[in-house]
Design a protein around this ligand. Sequence first.
Ligand SMILES: CC(C)(COP(=O)(O)OP(=O)(O)OC[C@H]1O[C@@H](n2cnc3c(N)ncnc32)[C@H](O)[C@@H]1OP(=O)(O)O)[C@@H](O)C(=O)NCCC(=O)NCCS
Length: 197
Amino acid sequence: MPEEKENSKEEIEVFPFIEGNIIDLVAQNSKWAELICKWRNDPKVRQYSRNAWPRSLDDVKKRFETVPDRHTRDSVGFIMYHKRDKRPIGDIGLNRIDWVSRHANIFAMIGEPEYWGKGIVGEAAQLVLKYAFTELNLHKVRAGVFTPNERSLRAAEKLGLNKEAVTKEAIYVDGKYHDIHKWGLTKKEWLEKNKTV
Ligand SMILES: CC(C)(COP(=O)(O)OP(=O)(O)OC[C@H]1O[C@@H](n2cnc3c(N)ncnc32)[C@H](O)[C@@H]1OP(=O)(O)O)[C@@H](O)C(=O)NCCC(=O)NCCS
């Protein structure tokens, strides 16, 4: 394990795009492709993340081959970079961006389980919400969480998202159908909650 930790340690220069306290949000970098591949395939990490298909290193690397067009891109992802430990620990961002209705889905994955349960996603998601509403001018951010992912349900609640609906038996994971809890927050609601921002 120490060897693995050593390998995942940051060796490249990091340019934060959004600065936080515990983590910075940094542009995804092809030099982290192996690490991202490890996170996507890790059974413990991918369990509730809709990752039912194995992801090869080539698949991950393909993402870095084309630069997304700024007018048509439908997702934006960041690496969560742990400032004190100087290492990338997961990724977070917005996908399924709809530029007409101006909404998007927020996703998050801490790929290094030793960093779970430390409130890190709370900080990272707040930064992404601020980015979504004050830089991308989105109208609404959504999230979908499966019933057994109690950690994620709690994180959505702590973040101040509103629970809007539950779709029954909507996802098949580990041999069972599970409900999907749909959460949402409009820019107006976010501004109300963050009057000092
Ligand atoms: C789900 C995930 C994003 C949450 O991020 P996190 O930084 O670990 O979240 P937090 O530290 O804020 O913990 C969330 C809450 O879950 C609670 N929790 C921790 N372990 C738990 C468990 N086994 N069961 C229930 N709740 C648990 C924590 O106590 C905390 O609540 P509290 O602050 O009221 O005590 C992160 O664990 C992760 O990336 N998991 C793997 C990938 C994944 O599932 N992504 C989400 C897909 S929707």
